[in-house]
Design a protein around this ligand. Structure first.
Ligand code: SF4
Length: 446
């Protein structure tokens, strides 16, 4: 007998980083059970798995992780799942801004953190002219983008549908933005303001340290047009923060998160599994803390997380510790296991993990001396998280599974990297022969 289908509301693109333009209510009679415990869980896991890098829509600034009540995210009145985005057709990739990173390696940083090699991580040189050079490069790129956009307008000056490139979100990364010298910070914000006015960029974000924010500074950033602040928290654990010489305690990191969200800025939290002092248990606790509050249906303060497993990079103080035998990075297996757990915890709260592992910038491979490096680290973790999600629901079935429906869009993920999870699925009674690919976003298990 078919059990009732669970209607799954379409995710809000502001939160989930996409617009589908169609509902996700399973058709009447669809056998669609057992794998979905709650709408929230299902929605989260689907959106995060399919859209691992959700980026908000332009104009979608909001306090903390609260859903916007405005027109950026509209739901249908009765059937619920219809989602549209203001100013563009539903489902259009042109809704989602492209990130224009402006790397400012070590700019504003009060110390050189033990694990950090921003010059390698960003592929950019640091030095005294860092900000000037980075802004000049950004101007050049933005001029180019403006020409592209102008070229995509019709004779009346209106953007031609499908031709105009998506707007950009400018992101000041790689240093401590809030501790930049006043003139440099003003130059960055001025660049952002000018290109916001010209409509070439639509959002602004920066990254900084938890101990480098004050309510006054954050209010100033917000007033200057900043939409999002990413905090390089790394850990909330006092002992780990001390072992890594971060220079602040967990309470300061928690307070900084609250300050960012309280200033009406979107909050991104960066965590570093495997940092000195961060064990898998500590990382689990860090993820839980990053997802606070967790009471009464209140959304977490953080809109998104990033997980950067700690690597030993050439030229860092950590490399010296590693050579001296005072530090050992996590194994890849430990890392994938921890990341998968972190993903499930985040998805269960509707929070996306937008990055796992450093970006493969030029020169990174040569700079990695040790640590859990894998070209498909994110895929490994997501596939393992999906396997655990499936296993939890298979365990609730009254008997062995006979047929397993999986969204077609997860085809490349289900069996794991290089089919590494085929045996694990077989152990839970799921073989290739019983899998069928669905064209909607629902799983089904019978
Ligand atoms: S504050 Fe951030 S960017 Fe600066 S050295 Fe430390 S980790 Fe690197």
């Amino acid at each position: 007998m078919a059990r009732p289908a669970f209607p799954v509301p379409a995710p809000c693109p502001e939160r989930e980083g996409r617009a589908t333009g169609k509902g996700h209510i399973a058709a009447a009679g669809t056998i669609n059970y057992a794998l979905i415990v709650t709408h929230q869980q299902h929605k989260a896991i689907m959106s995060a798995l399919i859209f691992p890098v959700p980026e908000p829509a332009c104009g979608g600034r909001r306090p903390g992780n609260a859903r916007p009540a405005g027109p950026e995210c509209r739901r249908g009145a009765d059937s619920g799942p219809a989602v549209t985005w203001a100013g563009a057709p539903p489902g259009s990739p042109h809704n989602r801004p492209r990130i224009l990173p402006v790397f400012l390696p070590f700019a504003g940083c009060p110390t050189r953190c033990v694990f950090c090699a921003q010059d390698v991580q960003t592929g950019q040189r640091g030095g005294t002219a860092t900000v000037v050079r980075a802004l000049a490069q950004a101007e050049t790129r933005l001029e180019h983008e403006a020409r592209q956009m102008d070229g995509a307008r019709d004779i009346g000056g209106t953007p031609e549908p499908g031709k105009s490139p998506a707007p950009l979100e400018i992101a000041f990364y790689g240093g401590t933005f809030t501790l930049l010298p006043e003139a440099e910070r003003a130059a960055c914000l001025d660049l952002a303001r000018r290109w916001l006015q010209r409509g070439v960029i639509c959002r602004v974000r920066c990254s900084t340290r938890p101990d480098a924010v004050t309510e006054r500074d954050l209010a100033g950033l917000r007033a200057a047009g900043m939409d999002c602040v990413e905090l390089g928290v790394q850990s909330f654990d006092d002992a780990a923060l001390s072992a890594s010489g971060r220079g602040y305690a967990g309470e300061a990191a928690r307070a900084a998160c609250a300050m960012v969200a309280g200033a009406g800025l979107e909050l991104g939290v960066q965590l570093m599994p495997g940092m000195p002092g961060v064990t898998p248990e500590v990382f689990r606790a860090d993820v839980r803390t990053a997802l606070l509050p967790d009471t009464g249906g209140t959304p977490p303060l953080a809109a998104f997380l990033r997980f950067y497993p700690c690597l030993v990079l050439r030229g860092t103080p950590l490399a010296e510790r590693w050579r001296a035998g005072d530090y050992a990075p996590w194994l890849l297996e430990t890392t994938v296991d921890a990341l998968a757990g972190g993903l499930l915890a985040a998805w269960a709260r509707g929070v996306a993990v937008v990055r796992m592992g450093l970006s493969p910038e030029d020169g990174l491979d040569d700079a990695v001396l040790a640590g859990p490096v894998h070209p498909a680290l994110g895929q490994l973790a997501k596939a393992e998280a999906l396997r655990r999600h499936v296993a939890a629901h298979v365990a609730r079935l009254p008997g062995p599974p006979a047929r397993f429906g999986v969204p077609r869009r997860l085809r490349g993920l289900l069996w794991g990297h290089a089919n590494g999870l085929v045996d694990a699925y077989a152990a839970m009674g799921i073989t290739r022969a019983m899998v069928h690919w669905r064209d909607d976003d629902n799983f089904s298990l019978e």
